[in-house]
Design a protein around this ligand. Structure first.
Ligand code: FES
Length: 146
């Protein structure tokens, strides 16, 4: 299943009697309940699949044009936090130059969730590593084609 929503598109109400809240306070919940960019890119320019020490597996696929990531999607076999972190990493990478996307770190990913349970601190690290591996693979493949 592929979702085309972005973190910046209007947020649907989470429940019918949604209390008035700011969009930013609902955004972390959205990453858990309805992750953005979930799914796989058909014939991606690069794809990385990484299993963390906890056993969760994350996959990030990229479509790249020139030096820019124009599409980024994820799939996770794991916990809700890793799913949210993969969603954030994919959303942050979209539209960025490869070098800029490489600089996305676990702190930036975690900041979007506001708080992460102590025993899930490695989830944003797994998202960072998966995104970086996808970028690295793309760069290596591009060099081999020259
Ligand atoms: Fe391992 Fe979330 S519990 S990545």
């Amino acid at each position: 299943m592929v979702s085309d929503r972005t973190p910046f598109s209007p947020q649907p109400a989470l429940v019918k009697e949604d209390k008035p809240e700011s969009a930013s306070s609902r955004q972390p919940v959205q990453f858990y309940l309805g992750p953005y960019n979930e799914g796989a890119i058909e014939k991606p320019d690069s794809l990385a699949k990484v299993t963390g020490p906890c056993g969760d597996t994350m996959e990030i696929s990229l479509r790249v044009e020139g030096n820019k990531i124009i599409e980024s999607r994820f799939q996770v076999n794991g916990c809700a936090v890793s799913r949210a972190c993969a969603s954030i990493a994919a959303a942050l990478a979209k539209g960025k130059e490869l070098e800029e996307a490489w600089d996305i770190d676990e702190g930036q990913i975690a900041a979007k969730l506001q708080s992460i349970p102590e025993d899930h601190r490695h989830c944003p690290v797994l998202a960072r590593d998966t995104l970086r591996q996808a970028i690295e693979k793309y760069i290596k493949q591009s060099r081999c084609k020259r």
